[in-house]
Design a protein around this ligand. Structure first.
Ligand code: KG4
Ligand code: ZN
Length: 338
């Protein structure tokens, strides 16, 4: 079964064709990062308009060489205007080509990235979805049967990386740049807090560590004025910050895997590109940890096409009245309004 999939929930326009949930036949991702960098964050209306301009030529190019059996699109969660562009395009395509429509939850899609990189891996496992918008621990019992067991109470881990990077003058989105700077630093030099959420052993909070970094830089600017960058060891600030975030993530992910008796753990989402996090998880979990390659960890449509296959096996086809939702729990089966 070949599924044509669309992903437009944030600032990547993505189209792919995936066979039977496991094989990428074609995949294109167009990042809008340059358009939003000027504003230091994603501007929803610019994102929607850019998706609108690029989705048609991208779809034509990706779909033209394949026999398509069904059409899928991310229907939640995300920027509502951005989601509507991809979902509505998918509906139009499905209607014109008389094909069934499969709505997909973006977080379920992030998890499915691992089905593309590891064709033999199947649930059950614990999934950690760590991105700019989400930090969630999900017990995946089967392809479409899952429960959220933990998550962040405030900032997503990637969001904390991006805000820290901005204060350090590393641009937007600065997670990867902060991590590169950290390679030259001493991660034990600055003390950053590791928050614990009372009575919720698998929950996290990253606003405290972010604020601590902002205060450190703010105080340095007040003390040293324009010379602050010479007085502060920036690579070590980045390394100490990264270590604090990575330790919290690793601790919660491993704690949840232990408590739930999970034999496999899957890391997904853009922050899975962080080498310190991957190394820490490999050290703690060995063969148990599964991490898709970087191009499948960030937003893409192949992961949506993969999850769509399993939603379809479950009969989750939608009518052409299917709506999009800015927020929606990933463990609720009712996303499909069919
Ligand atoms: O999954 P993704 O592409 O988009 C969202 O759905 O959010 O994740 C992007 C996030 C950004 O916050 C970015 O700064 C972060 O992933 N990121 C990293 C690294 N590479 C990307 N954070 C830390 N270290 C990295 N190497
Ligand atoms: Zn994402």
């Amino acid at each position: 079964m070949n599924i044509l999939a669309f992903e437009t929930s944030c600032d990547e326009t993505a189209v792919a064709v995936v066979r039977d949930g496991r094989t990428i036949l074609d995949s294109a991702v167009l990042s809008q990062t340059d358009l939003h960098a000027l504003y230091g964050g994603v501007v929803p209306e610019i994102a929607s308009r850019s998706h609108l301009e690029t989705i048609t030529p991208m779809a034509r190019k990706v779909a033209e060489h394949h026999k398509i059996d069904a059409v899928a699109a991310t229907a939640a969660p995300g920027l509502i205007g951005a989601l509507l562009v991809g979902l509505n395009f998918a509906k139009g395509y499905a209607m014109a080509a008389r094909l069934p429509l499969i709505p997909v939850h973006h977080i379920r899609g992030h998890i499915a990235a691992v089905y593309l990189s590891e064709p033999e891996l199947r649930p059950p496992f614990l999934a950690a979805v760590v991105s700019g918008g989400h930090t969630l621990l999900i017990e995946v019992r089967d392809y479409t049967d899952m429960s959220v067991v933990g998550g962040t109470r405030d900032d997503a881990a990637g969001e904390a990386f991006d805000k820290a990077a901005r204060v350090l003058g590393l641009g937007y989105p600065g997670g990867a740049a902060l991590s590169r700077l950290a390679e030259k630093g001493d991660s034990g030099r600055y003390a950053f807090p590791r928050a614990v959420v009372k009575d919720a052993p698998f929950d996290m909070s990253f606003s405290g560590v972010k604020t601590a970094l902002i205060n450190l830089i703010h105080n340095a600017k007040q003390l040293y004025g324009d010379d602050w960058t010479e007085e502060i060891d920036l690579p070590s600030v980045a390394a100490s910050f990264e270590r604090a975030v990575v330790e919290v993530l690793t601790d919660r992910i491993c704690g949840a895997a232990d408590a739930l008796g999970c034999e496999s753990v899957v890391l997904a989402g853009g922050v899975a590109a962080n080498r310190t996090l991957c190394a820490a998880l490999r050290e703690r979990l060995g063969e148990k940890i599964h991490i898709p390659p970087v191009n499948l960890c960030g937003d893409n449509a192949a992961m949506i096409g993969s999850q769509a296959y399993y939603e379809a096996q479950n009969g989750a086809y939608a009518p052409l009245s299917q709506n999009a939702f800015a927020t929606f729990p990933p463990d609720n089966q009712a996303l499909c309004s069919g």
